[in-house]
Design a protein around this ligand. Structure first.
Ligand code: ADP
Ligand code: ZN
Length: 435
């Protein structure tokens, strides 16, 4: 496939030039933060680091980390680095794992963010000839506004549907021949299911590509969405604290996401010790905003677990790549002492021919963890014969045991009985109240 770039000079920059650019930006950014954010200045003072100690990107490790707890501490204005009158927007996290966090943007910050999303749309083959349906939520959530801005920059005809109202989504998609769909992967799967029920086949659905992110999803889920919608499905990653979607994006190779590292410097650390890990090792992703003016977080711990790679990419981009995040450190369940990620369960389900419609319920009864997985049968496999259901449940529990090392109780439920999500799916119900 012939490559298009939105900002070729950056996206294919040599490693030396990129390092130079990052270093120059970091030196300026540290000064800006030190002078304007007393909260972070205190952290630097406590660590005995001054802006003069930061001469290049190699000095980044000297700076203190920021965590979500700091953001909550400093809520709402404590990390603001520009006068409020210079800010033009706030966005807020979805609150998946606790109290919401607000982030501020100047017009320049918005432009930078939209450029990142435009890079993502261009990388999946999007041009001004495309019709881009944005079915991420609009509003405080960053998904809708981010991709909307990116779509405008590329010049696509933008369909700002926001999330929900599946009938209307399908009507606009088919009447106006949407070619690119942007939404969460769980909603894409649901749209696929609904289109199939309405008699659409992959050939009669106008879409050619999808940009799906905001929550973890597996390779198996990618294949399943690609088959149902007849598209190529690409990953996109981001978080409100850094901007929103577009911090990294997938290209034609579909083997991980290029980080927009001219704006966001990525590190992988050992989450227990804070030590920076070498390329290729799995750990917690940490981002430093090199350009942002209003809310420039330095060494922000995302809690997302993943791996970085600088292996040459066939698309020609030289931007470092991050693997699909396999979950968050706070997503990981410890059940009977064993680490369990929802993504592992999803992998097993799709391998065994199920759809990714499931919910994990964990509880503690008499000091013992209970571990239940409710899974929908597909319409094709649906049966109400108890003996058949029991043997299917056993087989699935066996496959999960092989993957996880512990035995869940699997409960098969009829199709369409697990609530669908229009935004981020709720996969885990932990009733143990351990915190
Ligand atoms: P919240 O933390 O409340 O969900 P956000 O809406 O800002 O706040 O979501 C950011 C988080 O969403 C990321 O830190 C990450 O855990 C998750 N996320 C975003 N994109 C992806 C993706 N492509 N794959 C896996 N996880 C993702
Ligand atoms: Zn690439």
């Amino acid at each position: 496939m012939e490559q298009n770039y939105f900002q070729k000079e950056i996206e294919t920059m040599s490693r030396e030039d990129m390092k130079q650019l990052q270093s120059e930006k970091l030196v300026k950014q540290v000064k800006h933060v030190y002078e304007n954010v007393p909260y972070y200045r205190d952290l630097m003072d406590k660590k005995g680091v001054s802006p003069d100690d930061i001469q290049s990107i190699d000095d980044l490790h000297k700076l203190p980390f920021l965590s979500k707890a700091d953001l909550r501490d400093a809520y709402p204005y404590g990390l603001l680095a520009k006068p409020l009158e210079d800010c033009v927007r706030i966005q807020s996290t979805s609150g998946t794992t606790g109290r919401r966090v607000v982030a501020f943007y100047t017009q320049k910050d918005i432009d930078l963010w939209e450029d990142c999303c435009a890079r993502a749309i261009t990388a999946v083959g999007g041009t001004k000839k495309d019709v881009c349906q944005v079915a991420y939520g609009y509003g405080l959530f960053t998904g809708g506004p981010g991709l909307n801005g990116g779509s405008h920059k590329v010049g696509c005809l933008t369909l700002p549907l926001s999330s929900g109202n599946t009938e209307r989504q399908i009507q606009f998609m088919t009447d106006l021949s949407a070619t690119i769909l942007c939404c969460t992967p769980s909603y894409a799967a649901y749209l696929g299911e609904s289109l199939k029920e309405m008699g659409y086949t992959p050939e009669t659905i106008p879409l050619k590509a999808g940009i799906f992110g905001a929550e973890p999803w597996t390779e198996e889920m990618r294949k399943s969405i690609e088959a149902t919608l007849g598209i190529k499905a690409y990953d996109i990653y981001g978080l409100t604290e850094t901007t929103g979607p577009g911090v990294s994006f997938e290209c034609s190779e579909q083997t991980g996401m290029h980080v927009n590292e001219d704006h966001f410097y990525a590190e992988i650390i050992n989450p227990d010790t804070g030590e920076v890990l070498p390329e290729g090792e799995k750990g917690e992703l940490v981002f430093t905003s090199l350009d942002k003016e209003a809310f420039p977080l330095l060494r922000y711990r995302t809690r997302d677990i993943c791996v970085l790679s600088r292996k040459k990419c066939s698309c020609g981009r030289t931007l470092v790549k991050m693997a699909k995040p396999m979950g968050r450190t706070d997503d990981m369940l410890i059940i009977r002492g064993v680490n369990v990620f929802p993504s592992q369960i999803e992998t097993v389900l799709l391998k065994e021919g199920y759809e990714p419609n499931y919910q994990i319920v964990v509880d503690r009864v008499k000091n013992n963890d209970t571990f239940d997985v409710n899974v929908e049968m597909t319409p094709e496999m649906f049966t109400d014969k108890v003996s058949e259901i029991i043997s299917m449940e056993k087989a699935l529990a066996g496959a999960m045991k092989t993957m996880l090392g512990i035995n869940p109780s699997v409960h098969l439920v009829p199709p369409k009985t697990i609530a669908r999500s229009e935004g981020k799916a709720v996969r885990v119900v932990d009733k143990r109240k351990l915190i």
